[in-house]
Design a protein around this ligand. Structure first.
Ligand code: HEC
Length: 161
């Protein structure tokens, strides 16, 4: 009997699923993702966040947007947190968690999920600039060229040297 009910439930779900048109092929990216292509699987030789991978102008240019859309929930040090639940985008916990991961993943996370209060959608170019600002605020050295879509997948986060 229990088994029958379960099969009935599955059949019901299948009807709802197809009625709603939810099939793998019908999924289309939301507006945030429209100018954000997947990153290459093999990015080639890698640099690290210590190699001067953003420009000062790029980072400076993102400060106003960070202050407006992100600062409310994110500080750069644990000590500067405004609320207990804020997640610092710096200090040990942050770059330790991200160590070894490509900066492109941070860019994607920001494009798809931040700010998480629905106030705005960040596009890929803005997210690249925000990651440059995060590197600057964490004391990573600036270089001569900005962080771009082409470089971000081949740069891995590392603790500061
Ligand atoms: C209303 C609060 C809020 C705002 C505004 C906000 N965030 Fe977040 N952010 C969070 C929370 C909460 C998390 C933890 C993951 C989650 O729940 O999505 C997070 C996680 C992150 C992470 C991953 C941190 C880690 O340690 O892995 C990054 C990077 C980030 N946010 C960047 C940004 C940027 C850039 C902006 C501005 C464009 C922003 N956030 C705006 C609340 C916020």
């Amino acid at each position: 009997m229990a088994q029958r009910a379960f099969i009935g439930l599955l059949a019901g779900l299948a009807v709802v699923w197809s009625a709603a048109g939810i099939t793998a092929s019908s999924w289309t990216p939301g507006p945030r993702a429209q100018n954000h292509e997947p990153w290459p699987l093999d990015p080639g030789p890698q640099k690290t966040s210590n190699d001067g991978v953003y420009s000062k102008a790029q980072a400076d240019g993102a400060k106003a947007q960070f202050d407006k859309l992100c600062a409310e929930c994110h500080a750069f040090t644990v000590a500067a947190k405004r609320k207990a639940e804020d997640l610092p985008l710096g200090d040990e916990p942050f770059f330790k968690n991200w160590a070894g991961k490509p900066l492109a993943e941070l860019v994607s996370l920001i494009v798809f999920t931040m700010p998480n209060d629905g106030r705005a959608a960040i596009d890929e170019a803005e997210a690249l600039n925000l990651v440059a600002y995060m590197l600057q605020q964490n004391g990573f050295p600036a270089g001569t060229t900005p962080l771009t879509r082409d470089t971000a997948s081949a740069i891995v986060a590392r603790p500061k040297t």
